[in-house]
Design a protein around this ligand. Structure first.
Ligand code: HEM
Length: 270
């Protein structure tokens, strides 16, 4: 009788091999001699790793919703909200970085900035906040720009939710509100349809639960934006960003972004 497969047995697989330690733990390379640059690098790298999982979950949830398979999609959307929650707590670590400590290595960052995070932009595009003007920020890597363009060609998670809303309620929405290459804007017909769902949750339970999953996700995403801008203000005050924006004033404007505006506004109409 052969022995059951055991990871690591016979040297086939080890913890370090499986998790690619040679690559992942060799990828923290400060370029200044400031002690705190390591924190800065790890904070960004871990955020990007979690964003990778967010994208994995959103892509799968979107596909399931397109096939009317709501339950497993809900579980994935809950996971995305939990990831944002985790990222929100992570700001507490970065908040230990003082302005004086940051100044010791800020100069070596050059023009690199979170504005160039293709994964962050992919998340925004996948959720429905699609500003094609942001594409040029990814020109530094043709492959990233291509990924963003491919994402723009797909329906966003919100588009897919709206398709489900439209087909289950038997209502049609204007083509303009379903445009793939523009940020989603509030639409009265969509708001009316979601309101009908919230007025009779028992009848439209799947849609109702879907809407609440989306609100939950956006709630945690908003907290991420808020924590980011507060941390940034604490560290650089009103200095311009390394990416060339006004810095905190730019990030404060981003707090006004609404991913699923109808779902927020209908609450006042119930
Ligand atoms: C010392 C810490 C940090 C500072 C001072 C900082 C500062 C800024 C500033 C000023 C901007 C505006 C764009 C610019 O002009 O550069 C920005 C954007 C951004 N940052 Fe940070 N940031 C910090 C940490 C982080 C971390 C840990 C992440 C996680 C990945 C992150 C992700 C982003 C993203 C995704 C944007 C684009 C936001 C948007 O366009 O809405 N930042 N950051």
């Amino acid at each position: 009788m052969s022995a059951p497969d055991k990871p690591g047995a016979g040297g086939a697989q080890s913890y370090a091999d499986y998790l690619q330690f040679d690559r992942i733990l060799a990828a923290q390379r400060p370029i200044s001699n400031a002690h705190d640059e390591m924190l800065f690098i790890i904070q960004h790298q871990t955020s990007e790793l979690w964003m990778r999982l967010v994208l994995h979950e959103i892509a799968a949830a979107r596909e399931l919703l397109q096939h009317d398979d709501f339950r497993p999609a809900f579980k994935m959307l809950t996971r995305v909200a939990r990831i944002f929650d985790q990222l929100n707590s992570a700001w507490d670590v970065l908040r230990t970085l003082t302005p004086s400590e940051y100044e010791r290595f800020r100069g070596v960052l050059g023009g690199s900035s979170g504005l160039q995070s293709h994964q962050y932009r992919l998340i925004e595009f996948a959720l429905g906040n699609r500003n094609p003007g942001m594409l040029e920020r990814l020109d530094y890597r043709a492959e990233y720009r291509r990924m963003l363009e491919q994402e723009l060609a797909r329906p966003s998670l919100y588009h897919v939710a709206l398709q489900a809303l439209s087909s289950k309620l038997g209502v049609a929405f204007a083509g303009e509100s379903l445009r793939r290459d523009a940020p989603h804007r509030h639409d009265d017909a969509i708001a009316r349809a979601w309101t009908a769902v919230y007025r009779d949750p028992k009848r439209h339970w799947d849609l109702y639960e879907l809407a609440e999953k989306l609100v939950d996700l956006e709630d945690y995403f908003r907290r991420w934006r808020f924590n980011h801008v507060t941390t940034v203000e604490r560290i650089i005050g009103l200095k311009r960003g390394t990416g060339g924006t006004a810095g905190v004033p730019y990030l404060k404007r981003m707090l006004e972004v609404e991913l699923f505006p109808e779902l927020w506004r209908l609450r006042g109409d119930l």
